[in-house]
Design a protein around this ligand. Structure first.
Ligand SMILES: Nc1ncnc2c1ncn2[C@@H]1O[C@H](COP(=O)(O)OP(=O)(O)OP(=O)(O)O)[C@@H](O)[C@H]1O
Ligand code: SF4
Ligand SMILES: [Mg+2]
Length: 341
């Protein structure tokens, strides 16, 4: 494997609230390699967004307790605000579920993209920025780009706004694109179009992408590798085929239990019996143990936190004390989960 674009190690983020300390992200480590799409999946509240937002300095209430986020040799967590802001608009770009988080309602779309270009390239003339903004709108499939560039965000439909946001995100040719539920708010046909745009943008920029989503169909279609998160921890990571066909963590196995249906447009994370734990009172030992069929009668699961360690080769990691048993017991465990669902 080449050098990662981003190498995240032991990131721990807490929120200090009136109810107690929320352990939102707990020693999270993962790598993103050049040109790849890394899918990040996990139930709501598992820390997918806080992880990426923290490394860009976008979680002011969160306390970063430990960690390192090496991006092109520099630790993002140690950079002064000004440096981080520069990296944010240029080398790392984000696409969110709601485009209005990055579009300003009072400025014309074309002007906003032109301004994003000029902010990072002060030598760029007004005219050139404008031309480039229109080219970008055209690239992301906004029809009649010269005319639409003169319009305000509210004159754009949801799907068109999403395209405009992608145009803005890729304006400065980022080497890392972070897409957090980029299509969740859109209807299915528009979703497919936006994904195509994202893919084209990624090809054009040769950017690495972190794709955060609940949608396993999307992961199957877009991701090269997958990180599975549970209760603020990474519990498994592997290439996409392995995650779907040979998972080595009981949580992943539960998520993938509905494999034959993957690819259906409405395929979302499969519900696993029980609830994710409170992040204020995370269970001792393995955080998944209260819901884990494999933990029955095993003290270790209740007392010792499993570390993320290789299974079946260097790039397939699982955080389960009994990961090697899964190969033999997968079918049985799935039946067990169905039984108590
Ligand atoms: N400002 C905050 N104060 C307290 N807790 C927070 C704050 N922001 C996030 N959290 C908590 O941190 C945990 C992780 O949240 P995060 O948004 O990363 O989850 P997620 O995996 O992205 O979920 P979703 O799929 O719903 O987007 C959640 O339990 C959330 O409630
Ligand atoms: S360590 Fe134990 S509780 Fe955790 S996933 Fe593995 S078997 Fe289940
Ligand atoms: Mg989120």
């Amino acid at each position: 494997m080449p050098e990662p674009v981003l190498s995240l190690r032991d990131l721990t983020v807490e929120f200090h609230t009136d109810d107690g300390i929320v352990h939102a992200v707990d020693h999270v480590s993962y790598d993103v390699y050049p040109g790849e799409t890394l899918g990040v999946v996990g139930e709501s509240g598992s820390g997918k967004s806080v992880t990426v937002m923290s490394l860009l300095g976008l979680v002011p209430q969160g306390r970063i307790m430990s960690g390192q986020a090496l991006f092109k040799g520099r630790d993002l967590l140690k950079l002064p605000d000004k440096e981080l802001r520069r990296i944010r608009g240029k080398e790392v770009a984000m696409v969110f579920q709601d485009p209005m988080t990055s579009l300003n309602p009072v400025f014309k779309i074309g002007d906003q993209i032109a301004e994003a270009l000029q902010a990072h390239d002060p030598g760029l003339s007004e005219d050139d920025a404008r031309t480039r903004a229109i080219e970008l709108l055209d690239l992301v499939g906004v029809p009649q780009a010269p005319r639409r560039a003169e319009q305000y965000p509210h004159e754009f439909s949801g799907g068109m706004r999403q395209r405009a946001m992608i145009a803005m995100a890729i304006a400065n040719q980022p080497s890392l694109l972070i897409a957090d539920e980029p299509t969740t708010a859109l209807d299915v046909t528009i979703q497919a179009q936006i994904l195509e745009v994202l893919r084209a943008a990624q090809r054009e920029m040769k950017a690495a992408t972190i794709l955060i989503t609940h949608d396993l169909g999307l992961i199957a279609e877009m991701a090269d590798r997958v990180v599975v998160m549970y209760a603020g921890h990474v519990v498994e990571t592997a290439d996409v085929g392995t995650i779907f066909h040979a998972p080595r963590h009981p949580y992943t196995l539960g998520l993938m239990g509905s494999l034959p249906q993957v690819g259906r447009d409405d395929e979302w994370l499969r519900p696993i019996p029980g609830q994710p734990p409170s992040l204020i009172n995370v269970p001792p030992g393995c955080p998944f143990h209260p819901r884990c069929a494999l933990s029955e009668g095993r003290i270790e699961c209740r007392t010792r936190l499993p570390e993320l360690a290789p299974v079946d080769g260097e790039y397939h990691l699982s955080a389960c004390h009994f990961k090697h048993e899964l190969r033999e017991r997968s079918e049985e465990l799935l039946r067990h989960m169905e039984g108590i669902a």
